[in-house]
Design a protein around this ligand. Structure first.
Ligand SMILES: [Fe+2]
Length: 507
């Protein structure tokens, strides 16, 4: 039986058994992974939790039986004005996770929610719906994050994010890291070898989500998540593993494990439920007519990197017309959504840098082949499309490289005589080892080499954007000491994009 057939069968069984038997009793708090919400629309949002009284075990310390979990949604923090209540089944096939797709909610409104199971009650949390289609909101505030290696730092950035009161958070990937523990320098070791099985991925996700600051950020507002490589395997492309000589079928088995554990842990709609080794994660959302968000997946459908994925000068291989990050279906979907978009701001939330940044001073050049410079024909098609079809105010949000970048994007960034088409903000990692240059001389050299580069910064942290009718203001925050959970957080730089004028100006 396939995984989805098993799931359907057990859902039917569980439905028959619903309400029978004694209420579950737990040896420890079953809500140790907290709660979350995600993928908001104007009338609906997903509520998530996963029962796991024993956090770092494959089955969460639960018998392989369905468990009913009650949920409630209210207008107020005290749960006096109840909006809706219901019950969902936490199934062992999905690690006792719950994904409640609420609907019939009012647009542009905040709600409180929590879960009950047996005699346990989850933490309460806030979520919201988006403004309705056809309305013209005046402002939206959202944050974006990536790269939260648990071993190499604490999540002070998430404390700041949780307290800042955003409407929405985008996670752009590297939510977990799949590697074995570092030999040296780990602040909070993974304590396991590289992960491969479904049980491994579940435990690794549980370790990360056990962090109270990450839980607080999830509890503050809805998130829209997407993955990069480390949710599965470093630098993988479609069925091609990082390591040489891995059978693609064996790799797809691993990918199925990773995708399933990801679905189980994230506040995603049932439409994202994986089928075998495939999981449709690209999707969009609209904040009235102010902003449209396109959440992309640049790993699952990607052709293999040119030049083995190593740093390299631009060659014909980098401009191969058939090379793709998005795959044909996703690229077609994105184009059709962009053409129809009534939004003033069109925001792509994706993984790897579009900006073509040459990292070698002088005649020689070196570009990142795992990023869009390795896929130049598709990059050019995307930017030409945005220019030709006059997509209003395209902005790209990016993660991946543990450093901050602002890029004015052109069809070819090496040619400053071309018009700027879109603006890219690359946010540094929450806690992964920072890769940014900090020596002012080196940064100056980099800026001189790359005409499209507006700013570069190092450190750990996250970024936020405030969008209004006539401008987008982006702020980069950096954590002062990533080794401390209560580290202070400072503003590293601010930028403005004016509506109708692609490109960023330092504020
Ligand atoms: Fe990363």
């Amino acid at each position: 039986m396939t995984a989805s057939a098993t799931l359907v069968a057990s859902l039917a069984l569980a439905r028959r058994g619903r309400g029978e038997g004694r209420p579950p009793r737990f040896s420890a708090n079953p809500f140790s992974l907290g709660v979350a919400s995600g993928d908001p629309a104007a009338d609906s949002v997903v509520l998530w939790t996963r029962l796991a009284p024993e956090l770092l075990t494959a089955d969460g310390g639960l018998a392989p039986e369905p468990i009913p979990v009650a949920w409630e949604v209210a207008h107020d923090e005290g749960f006096a004005r109840i909006v809706a209540t219901g019950s969902a089944l936490a199934l062992p096939q999905l690690a006792h996770s719950v994904h409640v797709e609420l609907d019939g909610l009012e647009p542009d409104r905040w709600y409180w929610y929590r879960f009950h199971c047996g005699d346990a009650t989850s933490p309460k949390a806030r979520t919201r719906t988006l403004p309705a289609e056809g309305t013209s909101p005046t402002a939206a505030r959202f944050a974006f994050a990536s790269c939260q290696n648990h071993e190499t730092g604490h999540y002070a950035a998430y404390r700041h994010m949780a307290e800042a009161g955003y409407d929405l958070v985008f996670h752009l990937g590297d939510y977990i890291y799949e590697m074995k523990s570092k030999a040296k320098g780990a602040i909070r070791p993974h304590g396991m070898p590289e992960i491969l099985s479904l049980a491994d991925y579940r435990i690794r996700h549980a370790l990360y989500r056990s962090d109270p600051l990450l839980q607080a950020a999830h509890a503050a507002c809805p998130w829209m998540v997407t993955w990069d490589d480390h949710e599965v395997d470093n630098n993988y492309c479609d069925a091609v593993s990082e390591e040489e000589g891995i059978d693609p079928v064996a790799f797809l088995e691993r990918r199925a494990n990773a995708y399933q554990a990801y679905y189980e842990m994230m506040p995603l709609r049932h439409a994202c439920l994986p089928r075998g080794a495939d999981m449709r994660l690209y999707r969009d959302a609209a904040f009235g007519d102010l902003a449209a968000f396109y959440v992309l997946d640049t790993r699952q459908y990607r052709s293999d990197q040119p030049h083995g994925g190593h740093w390299h000068g631009i060659t014909a291989e980098c401009s191969a017309p058939e090379a793709t990050m998005l795959g044909r279906e996703q690229a077609g979907w994105l184009a059709s959504r962009l053409i129809e978009s009534p939004a003033r701001w069109n925001v792509l939330a994706q993984q790897v840098m579009l900006g073509m940044v040459d990292r070698t001073a002088g005649e020689d050049s070196r570009y990142a082949m795992d990023q869009w410079p390795g896929y130049l024909a598709e990059r050019r098609r995307l930017l030409d499309f945005m220019a030709d079809r006059r997509v209003p105010n395209p902005v790209i949000l990016t993660g991946d490289i543990h450093s901050n970048w602002v890029n004015d994007l052109r069809a070819d960034d090496r040619d400053p005589s071309l018009p700027v088409v879109a603006t890219e903000f690359v946010g540094t990692g929450i806690s992964s080892p920072p890769n940014g240059l900090t020596d002012p001389g080196k940064v100056e050299e980099l800026m001189a080499e790359n005409p499209s580069l507006v700013w570069h910064g190092g450190g750990n942290g996250y970024a936020s954007c405030t969008v209004s009718r006539d401008r987008m203001d982006t702020t980069f925050f950096t954590v002062d000491d990533v080794a401390l959970p209560d580290s202070s957080v400072s503003v590293a730089a601010r930028f403005t994009v004016e509506s109708g004028r692609p490109g960023a100006t330092r504020a």
